[in-house]
Ligand binder design. Structure first.
Ligand code: NAP
Length: 155
């Protein structure tokens, strides 16, 4: 929570005054597809990413008149140390759907240059993220619980 939310806000407000004064600049925040729905068993992490998305979108709108863009990158599973560290690499969607860092960074940078509000790399990630809008919340919660449930420890 400290890193994903408090530090992000502090860094943003450190650099924004100079950008506003110059009427030029851009911010690329790293959210996640976790931002689009709650994630049972990784509940705090998902909630912090929802914060990153909401904060970034709010600023995107506020700062348009200052010619500053704020892009929220929302990657799905990506092959970094994160999978092992968070133990998410045991989950089905991590094993079957992860992207390379090169591919994610390429899409992110292009989206940032185009001053996009949200960038979701990968068609499947994009479809999953946006289908959430049209699905009953309770169905999403059940689905996420199934996806996120940690495997039972072997005896
Ligand atoms: N990989 C994915 O599947 C995925 C998907 C969606 C979003 N993301 C997001 O992408 C971002 C980068 O993650 P990653 O995949 O590159 O994971 P990673 O390989 O585990 O890297 C995380 C980085 O964060 C640093 N870090 C961790 N705790 C810190 C702290 N308290 N203060 C300062 N630095 C800290 C680590 O530094 P040390 O190495 O020194 O510990 C490391 O450089 C994160 O915001 C993550 O939520 C990742």
């Amino acid at each position: 929570m400290q890193l994903n939310m408090v530090t992000l806000v502090q860094l943003t407000y450190l650099i924004l005054p100079q950008m506003i004064a110059r009427r030029r600049g851009g911010i690329l925040n790293v959210g996640s597809t976790a931002a689009f729905q709650p994630g049972p068993y990784s509940t705090v992490y998902f909630a912090t990413k929802a914060f990153v998305l909401s904060f970034s979108e709010g600023l995107w709108q506020e700062l348009r008149e200052h010619k500053i863009s704020v892009t929220c990158l929302c990657p799905g599973p990506t092959r970094t140390d994160f999978g092992a560290r968070s133990r998410m690499d045991r989950n089905w969607n991590f094993i079957h759907g992860s992207m390379s860092t090169d591919a994610v960074c390429d899409v992110a940078y292009r989206g940032f240059r185009r001053r996009r509000r949200i960038v979701v790399p990968g068609l499947v990630n994009w479809l999953l993220a946006f289908s959430v809008r049209f699905s009953p919340r309770i169905a999403i919660l059940h689905l996420m619980q199934t996806w996120q449930r940690p495997p039972k420890a072997s005896p």
